[in-house]
Every structure is written in structure tokens, then in C-alpha cells.
Design a binder for this molecule. Structure first.
Ligand SMILES: Nc1ncnc2c1ncn2[C@@H]1O[C@H](COP(=O)(O)OP(=O)(O)OP(=O)(O)O)[C@@H](O)[C@H]1O
Length: 234
């Protein structure tokens, strides 16, 4: 396993948000982290990254991670693309990419192979990119460096259907190189990308198994993820 989370607990603002979350992420493919709004998916990613205090244990690539500073984990290949995408709006695409470089040998070839539009738009300021283009830029920024696991938070949120499809295709190709733990509300995207799913409810893992088993069972999907979840292919 590239990531093993055991008995992870987090209290924020007096609320016990995570109450003993345990799950594993295999070293290949995409694992989806699911659950209703506010259940603690982002909190789980941030706790794994060491951004918020947590108890329990987190093992990243065979090494205990909890208590290690975030920058060390990032240096060891734990990449994070937060929900707000975190691009520098006032800087150009090229500047955004340059600032993300940590390694001696940034992989511009892979990045521009996956996202040719970013090359064409090198001199455009990132704040004027569309939402989908900004998401591509955020993904490109982590991919420039060698990564062992990516934590990606709601990459398709707020995007139009055609753009969701393009982002999903990019994630699919990225996952050929690096495993991912993906928080994603769009169940069609989850079905297309994720082999396994972990579902959080009431501060714990309520279900863990093959995505197809979860989404192929409408009653279980409704029960765990809420009503109105339509699952169409993007
Ligand atoms: N710094 C904080 N202080 C207090 N409460 C917080 C803090 N950060 C998050 N929370 C609360 O923790 C709970 C979990 O939030 P989190 O963002 O992890 O949920 P989520 O599952 O990612 O939700 P969503 O699907 O809506 O993005 C929420 O009730 C949220 O209001």
C-alpha cells in the first residue's frame, strides 16, 4: 500500500469530525474518497498532509507520516491539489509552472503532452483562464515534480459537462503514472476513474470496496451518498 490510514481522528472547532478513520490506498490506480457534504473528506486529506492536528497513524510509502511537517511529505512525493486550485491569478501560466518546480529535472514533456493548451497559453495570466484551464494548471503544477501519491480534492467541481470530461480524461492518464486518492462528488467521474472507493459517514469509514459494487447498487449508493445521485458516463 502506498498509504495506510489507521484510526485517524480529528477535532476541529470543538467537533469530533473524524472518529477513527481507517483505509488503505493501493500503489496503482485511483481510489475515491466519498461521502455526503461536510462529512470530513477534505479534513482527511489535510490530516494526511499534516496540515491539521490528528491522532491515529498514517503510513506513507512505508514511513510514518503523522507528525512530520507537510513540506517533508511533499518533498517525499505526496502531491496535493486542493479544491480551490491554488493558482496564482496575477501570474502567467509559465510563471505558475516555474514556481511549482522542486526537482532538478521537472517533467515539462509529460505536462505539455497532457495539457498542450497550457503551452499555447504560456503568457496568459492564470486569473483569466477558464475554470477547467485553471484545474489543468493546478494538476500540471504537481505533475512537474516526481510524485508517489496525489491527493486531489474535487477537481471537477463547478465545471461544465464537456470540461468535466476533459479533466476526467487527464486524470485517467495521470493515474497511469501515479496513484491517487480522489475526492469527487460526480459519481459518473468516480465510476469512470476509480477502481476502489472509501465512503465516510458519521466520522468513520462506512463502506470500502470496489467502486462498481457500490455504484452498481442504487439502494446502497442512495443510502451512503444521498438521494438524487445519477450515475451517467461523462
Ligand atoms: N477549521 C475548522 N473549524 C471548525 N470546523 C471545521 C473546520 N474545517 C472544517 N470544519 C468542519 O468539518 C466538517 C468536515 O469538513 P470537510 O471540509 O472535511 O468536509 P467534506 O466532506 O470535504 O465536505 P464537502 O463535500 O462539502 O466539501 C464540516 O462540518 C466543516 O464545517
Amino acid at each position: 500500500m502506498i498509504l495506510s490510514v489507521h484510526d485517524l481522528s480529528v477535532t476541529l472547532g470543538g467537533s469530533h469530525i473524524l472518529q477513527g478513520v481507517s483505509f488503505d490506498v493501493p500503489p496503482t490506480g485511483i481510489t475515491a474518497l466519498l461521502g455526503r457534504n461536510g462529512v470530513g473528506k477534505t479534513t482527511t486529506l489535510r490530516a494526511v498532509l499534516g496540515e491539521i492536528p490528528a491522532t491515529g497513524s498514517v503510513d506513507f510509502g512505508g514511513v510514518p507520516a503523522l507528525g512530520r511537517p507537510t513540506h517533508r511529505l511533499v518533498r517525499d512525493g505526496l502531491g496535493y491539489v486542493p479544491e480551490d486550485r491554488c493558482v496564482f491569478a496575477g501570474l502567467t501560466v509559465a510563471e505558475n509552472l516555474r514556481l511549482a518546480v522542486r526537482s532538478q529535472d521537472p517533467d515539462f514533456r509529460t505536462v505539455f503532452g497532457l495539457f498542450p493548451e497550457l503551452k499555447q497559453r504560456s503568457d496568459q495570466s492564470a486569473g483569466t483562464l477558464s475554470g477547467g484551464q485553471q484545474q489543468m494548471l493546478a494538476l500540471a503544477r504537481v505533475l512537474l515534480n516526481p510524485q508517489r501519491l496525489l491527493l486531489i480534492d474535487e477537481p471537477t467541481k463547478g465545471l461544465a459537462p464537456a470540461v468535466i470530461s476533459a479533466v476526467a480524461a487527464a486524470l485517467e492518464r495521470m493515474a497511469e503514472r501515479v496513484p491517487m486518492l480522489l475526492v469527487e462528488q460526480n459519481l459518473a467521474v468516480v465510476r469512470r476513474l476509480a477502481r476502489d472507493a472509501v465512503v465516510l459517514a458519521a466520522g468513520r469509514v462506512a463502506w470500502h470496496g470496489p467502486t462498481e459494487e457500490l455504484l452498481g447498487d442504487p439502494a446502497r449508493t442512495r443510502d451512503l451518498l444521498g438521494v438524487g445521485s445519477t450515475v451517467r458516463r461523462p
